[in-house]
Design a binder for this molecule. Structure first.
Ligand SMILES: Nc1ncnc2c1ncn2[C@@H]1O[C@H](COP(=O)(O)OP(=O)(O)OP(=O)(O)O)[C@@H](O)[C@H]1O
Length: 920
């Protein structure tokens, strides 16, 4: 028994020991565990405090017990210290920096307190830029150790749309935000530059009541809640119009076009009810949002759930009126500015409306078309200039790649010429002569473009003008010459572009910055004259016009054609390819067919001195109505021209003047001045052809058969001009003793001319002899024909250049027909001279007073000896034996001749005879 007890005791003891050991071990473990748990709790507190932010944790009631626990005091203290450290940079400088920034980019009403501007109409016109940010309230960073406040502003116009999402209780704050922002924008810019459209799903009236005074000036339009589509359509139309009218390649937005803002901003404020819009409205709204910013359309969407694919700033307003916005992020709590004073707001709007009305009714003048500083614009992508005003706002005409050419129509007296002056003045003031060149041709009877060239009364000229054509109404060839020049220039530019591996002027200018590549605007007033007849001129003009109209656009060559009545111009309308290119249509009152009639009849009702300016080929939605200021009376264009003339670059030359009424002076012609002695194949100048360079009609005199010249026509003056020009130009190319001149005259009325030429050559020191009829037949022709016969046989010495100038050859015909003892007549000998003279450097320059009379002097049916001729009052059909079929279309007109040279590739050309030297 005792042994059993002893064993039990031992066992108990062992158990005791075991229990003791286990208890000791367990006690240790628990303490360890407690320590670990405490560590872990501290870590967790740290994570919670830092993860959510110490500021939040301190405000969180659920965290109060934890953060109050002294065990965690070090963690809280550390987090607080770290926060101060982390915010140090912000706390020391952030709010001040933000304040300065908003101050800097939110100029004027964009950020200043309303006392500084509310009630004073704005003056900004966009030329000095547009505020980048617009103030909405004050922000604080809640999590920052110190709650310093700073201004909060959002991007708007051209930069971002605005979306406001409010809790139902926050709607009043949303309304106030919208109203404040609108007032800031409306008050910053000159009245009229910002127009507001309001649509409220819930009500027709009521939204933004303080702004109502704006409605009478058309600056605020309230839209019917049921007709959202109408507003959206209006905005879409506007976008389309701006795209075709104002935006051109290179300018991504109306804002980027630079300078004074020509397109007002349209702010569309849409108040919703937090429900989605109808699908179709939603889609249209998205399209407007996507394309609108670039076209000056700004959306304010209030409580309309919509996602848009364009920059948009969102302001979220909570039930308590506090807000946050995407600009500042969720950490900044925004206190929106209080609504502006209830009584001041309508008054301020009334002032804006009144100023707007004043501007609208004020008569805009030519001076209003001009910029403050001349020649500041760049024409790489286009030229654009206002031509008039619509309700005080400028209406521009744009010529560029997308709107290359303009067609202007209006009956006589409707103001076309005045419109052209307004356009040209407005352009010339904006673009320097290196940016823009003008070619100006006026087919009107009268000289309305003469102003642009130097005149006796006004020696100033328009520095941009490179060519001015006046008094050309009977010489349609001037039009062809201009078009040919443009077509050549177009080719030159296209070649240059090719060399630089580009296709357009704008790119060429980039690739060749040193090159001079101005845009060219060519104006043809009363251009219907060009197509007046069914003839060569019309067909050439049509062909060239088509070429330039189709391909000029990319080379910066623009046509502006104006006419009283464009409807009858077959050559023009018959070619769809031509007239489709004239996308800019300008209709003056009662113009026909310029706009896309009959749908667009806007010109019918147009008041006096107004124009429809349409950049969309005349379709109705493209109409812009402009009142065109007087640009032709004294003190308007003339004054501008004087000013521009004074500041013109010194190297600029005067414009070439095509003046149909002017008689060209031989000595003034560049082609004459270029002549030098010693030419082996002298050049004969016969008159001036109609081209841009003012070139002479030229015939070469190599020693070859056929190199004689006939002048055909009844008037001595015409013929004398040609013969004198020919003789003097030949003299110019020979040394004094080198050439001989023999002059004969067989008509009394030509005698003074012949005499004069003889004297002139004599005075110049040439061997010139004037021979009477008898001597001409019996001595001169006998000797000359003899010499030539000898040369034919290979005898005699080489002959000197000898020019035989005979006035009215036919007047001596009967006398010349008389045969001498050898049965040879003067006519026979004359034929010999004509036939064999040229190859021996003897050339006849003769005047015959009719085609038949000329034929009589030649061997029957053989007309080759007359290689070149100038015909005056002779019908084309009579000339056919002497030239190509094209001469058929020639109908004579005063002081103009038709010139043809068998040896030259050119077609027959019109020439203006030189002056006869009567007053030299
Ligand atoms: N916007 C305007 N403001 C004031 N006067 C104008 C205006 N436009 C034109 N006029 C005047 O009207 C007259 C006719 O204008 P203009 O010569 O420009 O018309 P047009 O259409 O070219 O006529 P036409 O084809 O007969 O020459 C001119 O005396 C001109 O000064």
């Amino acid at each position: 028994m005792a042994r059993r007890d002893d064993r039990k005791r031992r066992i108990e003891k062992s158990f005791g020991a075991f229990h003791g050991a286990v208890a000791a071990a367990l006690g240790n473990a628990a303490r360890e565990q407690r320590l670990i748990a405490e560590d872990r709790a501290r870590d967790m507190v740290e994570v919670m405090v830092r993860g959510g932010g110490i500021d939040r944790a301190l405000e969180d009631p659920a965290m109060a017990a934890v953060l109050g626990n002294p065990a965690f005091a070090p963690q809280v203290a550390r987090a607080l210290l770290d926060r101060v450290e982390a915010f140090r940079e912000w706390s020391e400088r952030g709010p001040d920096r933000l304040t300065a920034l908003v101050d800097e980019v939110g100029t004027g009403a964009a950020s200043r307190p309303p006392q500084a501007w509310l009630g004073t109409p704005g003056t900004a016109d966009g030329s000095d830029g547009v505020p980048e940010l617009w103030r909405i309230g004050t922000g604080v960073v809640r999590s920052a150790p110190e709650h310093q406040s700073f201004p909060v502003a959002v991007p708007l116009l051209d930069r971002a749309h605005l979306h406001i999402a409010s809790a139902p209780e926050g709607r009043a704050a949303a309304d106030a935000l919208v109203e404040n922002l609108l007032l800031r924008v409306l008050s910053h810019f000159a009245p009229g530059l910002v127009q507001v459209h309001v649509w409220d799903v819930n009500q027709l009236t009521g939204a933004l009541p303080g702004l109502y005074p704006l409605t009478r000036a058309g600056l605020l339009t309230v839209h019917d809640p049921k007709r959202l589509h109408e507003l959206l359509d209006e905005l879409s139309d506007h976008i389309r119009r701006v795209h075709t009218g104002v935006l051109v390649q290179g300018h991504q937005s109306v804002g980027a076009a630079g300078g004074r803002r020509t397109e007002p901003w349209r702010i569309a404020v849409l108040f919703g009810n937090r429900k989605a819009l109808k699908e179709e409205h939603q889609q249209q709204l998205q399209r407007v949002a996507r394309n609108g910013l670039a076209c000056g359309i700004q959306l304010f969407l209030v409580d309309i759930p919509v996602t848009v694919n364009s920059p948009i700033e969102t302001v979220t307003i909570a039930a308590d009126g506090s807000a946050s916005c995407t600009m500042t992020g969720r950490h900044v709590t925004v206190t929106l500015d209080a609504p502006f004073d209830r009584t001041l707001v309508p008054r301020a709007c009334a002032v804006i409306a009144e100023e707007r009305e004043n501007r609208r009714t004020r008569m805009s003048t030519f001076a209003d078309l001009l910029p403050d500083r001349y020649w500041q614009e760049d024409s790489s992508a286009r030229v654009a200039a206002p031509v008039g005003f619509d309700d005080g706002e400028p209406v521009p005409v744009v010529l560029g790649d997308t709107s290359p050419h303009a067609l202007i129509g209006g009956p006589s007296g409707s103001g076309k010429t005045n419109f052209l002056y307004a356009l040209l003045g407005s352009l010339a003031a904006r673009y320097a002569p290196d940016e823009l060149e003008l070619y100006l041709l006026d087919f009107k009877e009268g000289v309305s473009f003469a102003q642009f060239a130097p005149g006796r009364k006004d020696p100033s000229w328009l520095p941009h003008a490179r060519l001015v054509g006046v008094n050309v109404n009977t010489d349609r060839e001037f039009g062809v010459a201009l078009l040919r020049f443009l077509s050549d220039e177009m080719r030159r530019r296209a070649d240059a572009a090719k060399r630089h591996e580009v296709t357009k002027l704008e790119q060429l200018r980039e690739e060749d910055p040193e090159g001079r590549w101005p845009r060219i605007v060519a104006v043809i007033d009363e251009f219907q004259y060009l197509f007046a007849e069914r003839d060569q001129v019309t067909s050439q003009a049509t062909q060239l016009l088509e070429d330039v109209a189709r391909r000029g656009r990319s080379q910066g060559i623009h046509l502006v054609l104006s006419s009283q009545d464009v409807s009858g111009i077959e050559g023009f309308w018959g070619k769809a390819a031509i007239f489709e290119q004239f996308t800019v249509r300008i209709a003056l009152p009662k113009a026909r067919r310029v706009l896309a009639e009959p749908q667009n009849d806007a010109a019918v009702e147009l008041p006096r001195w107004h124009a429809v300016v349409n950049h969309e080929s005349g379709v109705r939605p493209g109409n812009a109505i402009a009142r065109v200021p007087d640009a032709t009376t004294r003190g308007t264009f003339d004054l501008l021209q004087t000013e521009l003339h004074q500041v013109r670059p010194p190297e600029l030359t005067e414009p070439i003047l095509f003046d149909g009424s002017k008689v060209p002076v031989l000595q003034d012609l560049p082609d004459f001045r270029a002549l030098r002695p010693g030419a082996s194949n002298p050049t004969v100048l016969l008159g001036q052809v109609i081209d841009v360079a003012g070139s002479a009609a030229q015939v070469r005199f190599p020693s070859a058969p056929g190199r004689n010249i006939a002048v055909i026509g009844s008037l001595a003056e015409d013929a004398a001009g040609v013969l004198r020009g020919a003789a003097l130009s030949l003299a110019q190319q020979h040394g004094k003793a080198e050439a001989r001149f023999t002059i004969a005259c067989f008509a009394d009325d030509a005698e003074p001319y012949a005499e004069k030429l003889h004297k002139q050559l004599d005075d110049l020191g040439y061997e010139a002899k004037k021979v009477p009829m008898g001597e001409f037949r019996d001595k001169f022709l006998v000797e000359k024909a003899g010499e030539l016969q000898e040369r034919l046989k290979g005898e005699g010495s080489a002959l000197r250049p000898h020019y035989v100038i005979v006035y009215a050859v036919d007047g001596g015909h009967t006398f010349l027909e008389h045969k001498d003892d050898a049965k040879v007549s003067g006519v026979d000998r004359l034929r010999t001279v004509l036939k064999h003279g040229p190859e021996n450097r003897t050339h006849v320059l003769g005047w015959w007073r009719g085609v038949q009379r000329l034929k009589n002097s030649l061997s029957p049916g053989v007309y080759d000896d007359i290689g070149a001729w100038v015909a005056f009052d002779v019908q084309g059909k009579e000339l056919v034996p002497f030239g190509p079929e094209q001469v058929l279309s020639w109908s004579p007109r005063p002081r103009r001749g038709l010139f043809f040279d068998r040896f030259a590739p050119a077609r027959p050309q019109v020439v203006i005879p030189f002056d006869t030297g009567e007053d030299t």
